[in-house]
Design a protein around this ligand. Sequence first.
Ligand SMILES: C[S@@+](CC[C@H](N)C(=O)[O-])C[C@H]1O[C@@H](n2cnc3c(N)ncnc32)[C@H](O)[C@@H]1O
Length: 294
Amino acid sequence: MQNPTPPTGGGTAPPRDCHLTQDDFTWLSDFVRKRSAIVLDAGKEYLAETRLSQVVQKEGIESISSLVRSLRKGDSRKLEGAVIEAMTTNETSFFRDLKPFELLRTEVLPALIEARRSTKRLSMWCAAASTGQEPYSVMMLIDQHFPELRDWKVDYLATDLSSDVLAKAESGIYSQFEVNRGLPAPLLVKYFAGQGGRWQVKPELRSRIRFRAMNLIEPWPPMEPLDIVFIRNVLIYFDQPTKSAILGRIRKLLRPDGVLFLGGAESTMGLDDQYIAVRSQGSTYYRIDAGSKK
Ligand SMILES: C[S@@+](CC[C@H](N)C(=O)[O-])C[C@H]1O[C@@H](n2cnc3c(N)ncnc32)[C@H](O)[C@@H]1O
C-alpha cells in the first residue's frame, strides 16, 4: 500500500521507511489476530503503519518491510511480542465512564458484602487493566467507602497482555495529565505521593493488587471463583467467536451471584445468552441468569 502522508503528527518526518504493502498488511492482520485476537480490518493500514513505525524506531530496524520480513521468518520472539504490544490500544483513565463505579459503590458491593459476611472473602479480576487506572480506581473506592473490607481477604488480580503497560501499572506512577483525567483531587491527596511533577500510588494501595501478564486468548491460569469481573473496552477489538468464548470462560469462573462489568460499547447480547443485563442508574452490569445451565 502506498501512503504518501507521514504517519507521525506535528510535522515530524518519519525516520525510516514506514510503508506497508498490501500483502504485508494481510499477513500482519492474520499474525495479530492469531496472537492477540485483535482484529485489524481493511482500512486499518494507516494505524498499523503508525504503530509499526514506533517498533522500527525503537528497535533500530531499517524499515517496516524489514520488520515484517523478520516477523515472517519467525526468528525473534522478542520482536513478535513488541509488535503485538504495539498493536494494542491502551487508552484508559481513572474512574472511566464513572457510572459503573457508582453502581459498584451503591449496589454491587453492598450486596456482595452482605452475602459474604460469613467468609469475609471477595475475589475480583480486572482483565485488560492497561496502565492500572481502572484497578486503582476500584481499590480507592473500596478503601474509601468500605473500610470494613480492610479486615477481609480481598483478592484483586489485574491482568493485561502488554508487559509494558503492566510495568507502568505496577509502578503506579502517573503524570499530572493522567491524574487530571478522572481522579478527584481529594483522592489524589489521600492515595498518591507527589514526586518531581509525577504522582505515585502509595504502597499500601499498590500492594493490594496483583498485576500479572495474561493473554485472554491463551489458556488462563487457575483462578478462584470470582465475585466481580471488570473486562472493559477490550472485547470491542475482538471478533464475535472470540468475544463469545471469553464471556463463556468468565461465566464458568463467576460465582452464581457474581457480577460482570463491560465497557459502555460492549454487551453480552448475541454472544452469550446465559447472562442477564441489569440496568440501573443509567449503566449496566451483568449477572448469570439463574435459570441457565452454566
Ligand atoms: C482500551 S484498553 C482498556 C483499559 C481499561 N479496561 C479501560 O476500560 O479503561 C484495552 C487493553 O486490552 C489489552 N488487550 C488487548 N488484547 C488483549 C488480549 N488478547 N489479552 C489481554 N489483554 C489484551 C490491551 O493491552 C489494552 O491495555
